[in-house]
Design a protein around this ligand. Structure first.
Ligand code: F0G
Length: 437
């Protein structure tokens, strides 16, 4: 039986061919997901095969996404897959961050080690594979930066034409630079992410462009492998908690789907809980979880310096709601200062990440203080983007110039000022001997 597209809504569950170019259910407008036929081989065999592929020199096996192809079997053949060796991201122990977060131990799954420096690569290799299969020439996304960087790279590598829509003035330079360098036609639109996405969705059909936002269910399939690889690296021993930042909530949907599928197929015997962390100025999902009876309400003017998650109307909230509830998880929100300090702590571990990723550690600190996560819990936090995505933020933090979106100065607790030194050996020696720089 081939894979199919299926409406996510319980009351609909309409099924469509895997090759239909649709992003929402044509019947009820609900979100779509990929339904996969269960793998033929039992979990024990697949675990062994996946481990053996790590030593293989086949390009497809070297991908930390396609290595697990039996869990994402939506293509008839992988012969046209374009991979940049995505995935293969490390698990890093961070004792100093654990202490800051109120935990005995903490592991980071660092998605910043991907080819374009973010977790988007896991999904993009799948989205672009589907675009090729459908014979689409032009692909587009609306992005707070990382999706555009990733799409630009994978589309260009595949010989497609990438078109990127980004909010003018509100994305980190590293990400804009990548979109340009990888050859995307880049439109800086004078509107926020949510407004541009609404606009582009109407344009896509009219112009025959294939949309590669996380509403695209094939991207979600690829992002599932972040969880599969993490469990493989842990010899299939699930952690108690998986903590991740929430923006458009595609990753939350992907992680939840991966965990449910792996559990149902017998790869793991228990489900980790998901903890989703939002920036306080862009936290509609937090608001929903706190008062579900009031329903979902978009934040009209989302604000945060963690521009990757500056999203007020996340498309995937219904899926994310199901996944967080299914895992008995939680949603937390953190302030600009909490994100900035947590980020500096992750930096001091020698690890580093971009601002949105640091929301994880800030959230862990709050959740342990509130008793929601016990000190002894086995926690994996997903760092979603590379430290060099947003160097301007780092420079401002360490020079005391970082300001919250409302203009309030952020007084960082871990500021590391650069010292301007004269061209004078004696005075440099004096600076190095004194305790205060
Ligand atoms: N962290 C980073 C570094 C991101 O770039 C994003 C999303 C998220 C977290 C949130 O993930 O949307 O799946 O909940 N960036 C998107 C983009 C929106 O356009 O690059 P999410």
């Amino acid at each position: 039986m081939p894979a199919e597209l299926i409406c996510f809504e319980e009351r609909c569950r309409a099924r469509f061919a895997i090759t239909d170019v649709i992003y929402n259910c044509p019947r009820c407008g609900g979100l779509l997901e990929v339904w996969n036929p269960p793998p033929v081989a039992p979990p024990a065999d697949l675990k062994r095969i996946w481990r053996e592929r790590r030593a293989s020199n086949l390009t497809i096996d070297q991908s930390g996404v396609w290595r697990y192809r039996e869990i994402i079997p939506f293509l008839e053949s992988c012969s046209r897959v374009v991979t940049l060796r995505e995935g293969n991201t490390p698990l890093l122990n961070a004792p100093h961050a654990a202490e800051y977060g109120g935990l005995d131990a903490l592991t980071f799954k660092h998605q910043g080690f991907n080819p374009t420096g973010s977790f988007k690569d896991n999904g993009m290799t799948c989205g672009v594979a589907q675009a090729l299969r459908l014979g689409m020439r032009r692909v587009a996304c609306v992005s707070t930066g990382n999706t555009s960087a990733s799409m630009a790279a994978y589309a260009s590598a595949a010989g497609l034409d990438p078109i990127v829509f980004i909010p003018h003035g509100n994305i980190a330079y590293g990400k804009l630079a990548q979109a340009l360098e990888y050859g995307a036609k880049t439109l800086q639109v004078e509107a926020n992410f949510d407004q541009i996405l609404a606009l582009v969705r109407t344009l896509a059909e009219r112009l025959g462009i294939y949309l590669l936002n996380s509403i695209n269910p094939f991207r979600i399939e690829g992002q599932k492998t972040i969880i599969v690889e993490m469990l493989d690296q842990r010899d299939w021993n699930p952690p108690d908690w998986i903590v991740l930042p929430g923006g458009n909530l595609g990753n939350t949907s992907a992680f939840g789907k991966a965990l449910r599928e792996l559990h149902a197929l017998g790869f793991i015997s228990r489900m980790p809980k998901l903890a989703v962390i939002q920036a306080a100025g862009a936290a509609p999902f937090y608001d929903l979880m706190r008062a579900p009876e009031r329903g979902f309400h978009a934040v009209e003017h989302p604000e945060t310096l963690a521009t990757a998650i500056r999203i007020g109307d996340p498309l995937s909230w219904p899926k994310a709601l199901r996944e967080v509830s299914c895992s008995c998880g939680v949603v937390e929100r953190v302030s600009e200062e909490e994100i900035a300090d947590a980020k500096a702590v992750i930096g001091r571990c020698g690890i580093g990440c971009e601002p949105a990723s640091a929301a994880t550690l800030a959230g862990i600190r709050k959740l342990t203080a509130a008793g929601a996560i016990p000190r002894s819990a086995d926690v994996v936090a997903v760092l979603t983007g590379h430290v060099l995505k947003d160097p301007d933020y780092i420079y401002r933090y360490h020079t005391g110039k970082l300001e919250a979106p409302n203009g309030t100065p952020i007084h960082g607790s871990f500021v590391n000022q650069p010292v301007i030194a004269p061209h004078d050996a004696g005075r440099i020696a004096a600076i190095l001997q004194s305790n205060t720089p």
